[in-house]
Design a protein around this ligand. Structure first.
Ligand SMILES: C=C(O[C@@H]1C=C(C(=O)O)C=C[C@H]1O)C(=O)O
Length: 178
């Protein structure tokens, strides 16, 4: 089983340049920033949306039993049709009615962020980072040593874990727009 070790800003900030810190630890909507960076040439491709068993580090982060499947949404965020971010989000709803769950799981290519950042309905935990194992990526995005970040969005109805892995073309774009 792949074990990931996540690090907080204070544990890891000396490993990054200022521009990497800005993108990895910014608490605002990543979607909004990518829309600006792409000058509105932003798109979102759904990789998968399934009920599935999680990784142990995900169960631990959620502090839930590792015997239950959870709803997982995986997407690629693109600028000018180029893959910039692979995101893996886990959505839990503590009120077992389907309409609440549908509100976050039935959104198609609408950005999850457009809901999570709507009207300050969610709290967000501290952002943590890790180097994401290549075998956990979709095979089209295979690349070693990519930096990933995670955080929890929560309110009295939902717990949403968002994991965002920054792909090589993203960093190349950032370097070229400096
Ligand atoms: C949390 C956000 O939502 C983004 C959109 C996602 C989606 O639509 O699945 C997943 C991760 C995020 O990069 C954000 O925009 O900050």
């Amino acid at each position: 089983m792949t074990q990931l070790t996540w690090h907080t800003y204070s544990q890891s900030s000396n490993r990054f340049s200022d521009i990497e810190l800005d993108w990895l630890f910014n608490q605002g909507s990543l979607t909004e920033r990518l829309i600006q960076l792409s000058q509105n040439a932003f798109s979102l491709e759904i990789v998968s949306e399934t009920l599935q068993m999680l990784r142990q580090d995900e169960y631990n982060y959620l502090n839930i039993s590792s015997l239950q499947k959870q709803w997982v949404r995986e997407v690629i965020l693109k600028g000018n049709d180029i893959p910039w971010v692979y995101a893996r989000s886990i959505i839990l709803c503590n009120k077992n009615n389907q309409s609440n769950m549908n509100a976050l799981t039935n959104i198609g290519t609408k950005s999850l962020g457009s809901i999570l950042f709507e009207q300050d309905c969610f709290n967000r935990s501290e952002i943590e980072v890790t180097q994401y194992p290549i075998k956990l990526l979709p095979f089209q995005q295979f690349c070693d040593n990519l930096w990933a970040r995670r955080s929890r969005f929560y309110n009295d109805t939902y717990m949403v874990v968002v994991q965002e892995i920054f792909l090589p073309h993203f960093w190349q774009t950032i370097q070229s727009t400096k």
